[in-house]
Design a protein around this ligand. Structure first.
Ligand code: PSU
Ligand code: MN
Length: 311
């Protein structure tokens, strides 16, 4: 493959509309691709990716979905590229450390929160919405399995909207690590830290923000202070849309047992547990996952607009 005319000297492609919107100070929201390469089953994955983009365009915010196609990191995947990645059996899960190999070997794949955040910042994007963040796995004291999402976000001045971390992880340890890494955590209209499928993980955080405007104020204060870590915005799913907490706890226990029995480890752990939960709840966890994502995209859009001074 010859290098594309759109390619920047830094080795990433920034789609012209994204470049143009950023140059003009228009709101842009970064979106990850691991959610549709490894997080959601087909064909729902492609539907969700398309729906998020369409919703954002309708609401005056430019989506910049980020991924790697044939070794080319792209900020602002085209509809055809999104379709290709979401139907590609060979798409790999690419965290930050995998990007050099993916480029050199011309691989295609979905970028995790860590890799997406890195590429978004390289392009000058300030806000990124995802479903759930990676964090500290339950047996991390033994395995050292802590997602690269945390240290990577600690070094990037972004605003990242998520529904917290899934309870497949060790949430108390994850919150401790966020504190150590100087990651500011603010709940959207709550100080109950959300547990992705459930609105309240049972853990409390210190601060709530009541509006996108207030979140934008916190981000501007962070920037003015010269602090370069991410502002994590935790938005809980509506309680009437959440997974029933009792069902959640039961399925989670079986998912963790199944992962241990199958000897799953490393970067396969998160996709394995999510897939297990989806099958065991007959798709109910998938519906919640989609609702969570929609809500996070909408809030990210509002924050991107507030930071751009729109509305
Ligand atoms: N958490 C979810 N769904 C996901 C992921 C995390 O609820 O799809 C994906 C994200 O892309 C995240 C990555 O960045 O998994 C974390 O994987 P690991 O724990 O291997 O770093
Ligand atoms: Mn991991």
């Amino acid at each position: 493959m010859t290098s594309s005319p759109r390619q920047t000297p830094g080795g990433l492609v920034i789609a012209p509309q994204v470049r143009d919107a950023l140059d003009r100070g228009r709101p842009v929201l970064a979106l990850e691709s691991t959610i549709f390469t490894h997080g959601l089953p087909r064909p729902r994955n492609l539907e969700v990716a398309r729906e998020a983009e369409a919703w954002l365009r309708d609401h005056g915010v430019l989506p910049a979905t980020i991924g790697v196609v044939d070794g080319q990191p792209i900020v602002g995947l085209s509809p055809a590229e999104i379709e290709r990645l979401s139907t590609d059996d060979d798409a790999v899960k690419l965290s930050l450390r995998d990007l050099p190999v993916a480029v050199a070997k011309r691989l295609s794949g979905g970028t995790t929160v860590a890799a997406t955040a890195f590429l978004a910042r390289r392009a000058g994007i300030r806000v990124f919405s995802t479903g759930g963040l990676g964090g500290v796995h339950r047996d991390a004291q033994q395995t050292f399995d802590e997602s690269a999402d945390l240290p990577t976000l600690a070094a990037l001045p972004l605003v990242v909207v998520s529904a917290g971390v899934k309870s497949i992880l060790d949430i108390p340890l994850t919150l401790e690590r966020m504190e150590t890494l100087n990651l500011t955590v603010v709940g959207y209209r709550t100080t109950d830290y959300p547990g992705f499928y459930i609105a309240d993980s049972g853990l409390d955080i210190e601060y709530a923000a009541d509006s996108a405007t207030e979140i934008a104020d916190i981000a501007r204060a962070r920037d003015a202070l010269g602090i370069s870590s991410t502002l994590l915005v935790a938005r809980p799913v509506d309680t009437d849309l959440q997974l029933t907490p009792a069902v959640h706890d039961e399925v989670l226990t079986s998912a963790l047992d199944a992962a241990a029995a199958a000897g799953v480890s490393g970067h396969d752990t998160t996709p394995f547990l999510l897939d297990f939960m989806q099958r065991e709840t007959a798709g109910r966890s998938l519906d919640v996952n989609v609702e969570v994502y929609r809500g996070n995209v909408a809030l990210g859009a509002e924050i991107a607009a507030a930071l751009a001074g729109v509305q």
